[in-house]
Design a protein around this ligand. Structure first.
Ligand code: GAR
Length: 209
């Protein structure tokens, strides 16, 4: 399974996926390309340091549709089958979503549907919730809203700041993203409406759909 990873910044989730693929934790997966919409994204350097091709597709001066068309072309040229959004901070166009229907995965730092959008950890603190976490989900046309693959819970402490809470969530994000992509790569998931159903393992360790 060829993966393309989209980033806008630090790229720690991207690095977790590259690392997992490198040590065989996501069977038969390959990271074909990393694409950033920002030339100064720190993740570009870490991708290249892991010998993964890293490409900048600048968004500036282009409509969302034009920008996405260029990204789709980069992905298709490399035979990418699944797209992982890893801190990619731009909404995708309808064309992008239909070009990779049910094959775009995102990670978000809250227990969706709570706190979609920007600054999810700050939103959680502001609301006073006692638990939050992260969600890995398929992407549909609505913001942070597609079928959920898995979630991990993180307790909110009384003395948490956005920084300390984000750091504990991020630790869970890395593990959750790897686990979710492993389920997809091994054919263990079926999408049924809003739900994803976990399939039994076969003798070959794959799903039975
Ligand atoms: C992560 O916390 C990710 O969940 C979040 O941005 C951060 C990127 O960090 N994504 C969103 O908020 C998307 N709505 P990273 O670049 O180190 O992976």
């Amino acid at each position: 399974m060829k993966l393309g990873i989209l980033i806008s910044g630090r790229g720690s989730n991207m690095a977790a996926l590259i690392d997992a693929v490198g040590r065989g934790a996501i069977p038969s997966a390959e990271v074909a390309v990393v694409i950033s919409d920002k030339a100064d994204a720190a993740g570009l350097g870490s991708a290249r340091a892991s010998d993964v091709e890293a490409v900048v597709v600048e968004r500036r001066g282009r409509t969302r549709e034009e920008h996405d068309a260029e990204i789709i072309e980069v992905l298709r040229k490399r035979g990418v089958e699944y797209v992982c959004l890893a801190g990619y901070m731009r909404l995708l166009s309808k064309d992008f979503i239909s070009a990779f229907k049910d094959r775009i995965i995102n990670i978000h730092p809250s227990l969706l549907p709570s706190f979609p959008g920007l600054d999810a950890q700050r939103q959680a603190l502001g609301h006073g919730v006692k638990v939050t976490g992260c969600t890995v989900h398929f992407v549909d046309e609505d913001l942070d809203a597609g079928p959920i693959i898995l979630q991990r819970v993180v307790e909110v402490r009384d003395d948490d700041t956005a920084k300390t809470l984000s750091a504990r969530i991020l630790e869970q994000e890395h593990a959750a993203y790897v686990e979710a992509v492993r389920l997809v790569a091994t054919g263990r998931l079926r999408i049924e409406g809003r739900r994803t159903i976990l399939l039994e393992k076969t003798a070959a360790g794959e799903g039975n759909a």
